[in-house]
Design a protein around this ligand. Structure first.
Ligand code: COA
Length: 312
């Protein structure tokens, strides 16, 4: 069976934190943040909203879009580095909140590439005909591991959730090819201290990301037997507009054919790709039969990409 997208949804918290708000918190400026990252504002969850709460909100929409009930789910995979608890997993908390009585559940830890890892893991169960309906969620409450006194990281991140139902689709549709990779020698460039904050060597992550995103995008196009001209839309991990632009240029795509939610949400780690895909579908920027390239990178270091033909 071919695995593809059956439904998608997203959730972002209401509270907006602008660059001007950050000017009052750390030594930075709206101009610096815009020109170096493309970010204008981000969303921050309140104290009473947990990672699993945001995952629930996005999942309800994805299930509705896929026209299935929570009881129909066979498996729940939640990509997150900001779980409610070290254990139980957000997957299990979500299984209970949704009432997904038949579903197995677990979390996937691959940082900002987590949704790509989850999606590809899900597709294997579909391909070998083991499961039919799999919920894959990318969700982060990064605000709780952000050091709000460190201007190197505080300006970059935000909170949000995106969820997709992955299931069997007709021949020629769905996931046409994928690539996953890791390089643990770069673990020192982006990590969280136990019970502490995120730490980052921005310049090293930047160099890795520019190189890897373009390369992985080209690799999945080749593996699917496509050319750059076949690609309708690019959904890169939303970390920094300059990194995203490098990938877009490598694919020779016009500006309007790339998702840029980074402006309003910042980097929400594992949730950027499903949020951006959900909005692109909702707003009609992509539609059935379009070929979309999803590509992410993150702490680990990790990366992942998919060439996806939309439609069931
Ligand atoms: C972090 C990042 C935006 C910095 O942009 P940059 O153009 O590389 O900037 P530099 O690292 O060259 O830093 C330039 C200066 O700005 C300063 N600076 C850093 N953050 C700042 C901020 N928020 N406001 C103002 N100045 C800042 C630095 O201290 C440095 O000052 P110095 O030259 O006196 O040391 C960029 O490296 C980046 O996006 N890296 C990837 C990060 C990422 O994607 N992380 C998530 C991966 S999933």
């Amino acid at each position: 069976m071919n695995a593809g997208l059956m439904g998608i949804g997203h959730y972002v918290p209401e509270r907006i934190l602008t660059n001007h708000d950050l000017e009052k918190m750390v030594d930075t400026s709206d101009e610096w943040i815009r020109t170096r990252t493309g970010i204008e504002e981000r969303r921050i969850a309140d104290d009473n909203t947990s990672t699993s709460d945001m995952a629930y909100e996005a999942s309800i929409k994805a299930l509705e879009d896929a026209n299935i009930k929570a009881e129909d789910l066979d498996l729940i995979l939640v990509a997150t580095v900001t779980p409610d608890f070290p254990f139980p997993s957000v997957g299990c908390l979500l299984q209970d909140k949704l009432g997904a009585t038949k579903a197995a559940a677990m979390d996937v830890s691959a940082a900002c590439a987590g949704f790509m890892y989850g999606m590809i893991t899900a597709s294997q169960f579909i391909n070998n005909d083991t499961y039919k309906n799999i919920l894959v969620v990318g969700v982060e409450k990064l605000s709780k591991i952000t050091n709000w006194e460190d201007r190197n990281t505080a300006v970059l991140f935000g909170d949000g959730a995106g969820a997709a139902v992955i299931g069997p689709v007709s021949e020629g549709r769905g996931i046409l090819s994928f690539e996953l990779g890791s390089d643990g020698s770069g673990s020192k460039y982006l990590y969280q201290e136990p019970q502490g904050f995120m730490e980052m060597n921005g310049r090293e992550v930047f160099k890795f990301a520019v190189r890897q995103m373009g390369q992985s995008a080209v690799n999945v196009i080749d593996k699917a037997g496509l050319t750059k001209a076949d690609v309708d839309y690019l959904i890169p991990h939303q970390a920094n507009i300059r990194i995203m632009e490098a990938a877009r240029q490598k694919l020779e795509l016009p500006e309007e054919n790339m998702a840029t939610t980074v402006k309003k949400y910042g980097n929400t780690s594992s949730s950027t790709i499903p949020i951006a895909l959900s909005e692109a579908i909702q707003e009609g920027r992509v539609k059935d039969d379009d070929i979309v390239v999803l590509v992410g990178f993150g702490g680990g270091l990790t990366w992942g990409a998919v060439a996806l033909k939309l439609g069931k």
